[in-house]
Design a protein around this ligand. Structure first.
Ligand SMILES: [Zn+2]
Length: 263
């Protein structure tokens, strides 16, 4: 079982070494910007690496929104990221579930997700698995609560869609972590990646502030149980830089009984 961290994108393999991580996640462009990712000079080295790579799509992407001026560039940026992520040998591209605006019909958001996959299919399909991630906040989110997630998966039908389960987002979003993996898998059939984060905020707060595993309001043993039940790789997106994340990775390895890559 691979355990890693979200790291700076400049030199992700060195960041992995510094944390004894066997997986890393990073951005390929400014997460708050609309610029397409540039080809990376270290693409060959990344592709050949022992470390598993995951790419997180920019936060600005919202393929669900009825707002054309956000939705259309979001589709393009997501497709461009899939191509760029595949070029470095990434295992998956993580993208948030998105939302519609207050007063919009959530059904439009689910249908916009379907159109996003149809748009990609017309271009030959996403070049790697796209993992939709559950989110913490908002009353109009496509992947905050499981009732919405079920409708999203219905809308996506036969398209190949992966899922990334974030423990902070689930807790803050109002989904109990106990048995959550079973309830998610009943909908999605799969969990490709766990974002193993504690939450600074309380259950159901709707706030998205990650904490280290031994901090926050979630019993860290519940995070361990989620990873074990999911049987999926885990990425910590926690604060504290190298030290904070290395401590979180070590905690998870100890509790899960898995060795470090150097061992
Ligand atoms: Zn996350």
């Amino acid at each position: 079982m691979r355990i890693g961290a979200h790291v700076d994108s400049a030199d992700p393999l060195s960041e992995a070494t510094a944390r004894a991580a066997d997986a890393v996640q990073f951005f390929l462009s400014d997460p708050q910007g609309w610029k397409a990712p540039k080809p990376r000079e270290d693409a060959d080295r990344l592709r050949a690496a022992e470390v598993d790579l995951y790419v997180h799509a920019p936060y600005v992407i919202n393929v669900a929104t009825p707002n054309n001026r956000i939705r259309i560039p979001s589709r393009k940026l997501l497709l461009g990221h899939a191509t760029a992520a595949a070029e470095i040998g990434a295992k998956g591209l993580i993208v948030h579930g998105g939302h519609v605006n207050a007063g919009d019909d959530l059904a439009v958001g689910f249908d916009n997700w379907r159109k996003t996959f149809a748009y990609a299919a017309d271009a030959g399909g996403f070049a790697l698995p796209v993992l939709i991630e559950n989110t913490a906040g908002g009353d109009n989110a496509c992947a905050r609560r499981l009732d919405a997630l079920a409708r999203l998966w219905d809308a996506l039908g036969d398209y190949e869609v992966g899922f990334c389960l974030d423990t902070c987002h689930a807790h803050a979003g109002g989904e109990e972590l106990l048995d959550l993996v079973d309830r998610v898998k009943a909908i999605t059939g799969r969990i490709d990646l766990v974002h193993a984060n504690n939450s600074k905020d309380t259950f159901g707060s709707g706030r998205d502030r990650h904490d280290n595993l031994d901090g926050g309001t979630i019993d860290p043993e519940l995070v361990v149980a989620v990873i074990r039940a999911a049987g999926a790789p885990a990425i910590v997106e926690t604060p504290g830089g190298v030290d904070g994340q290395a401590t979180d990775i070590t905690f998870l390895r100890d509790r899960l009984g898995v060795g470090s890559p150097a061992a």
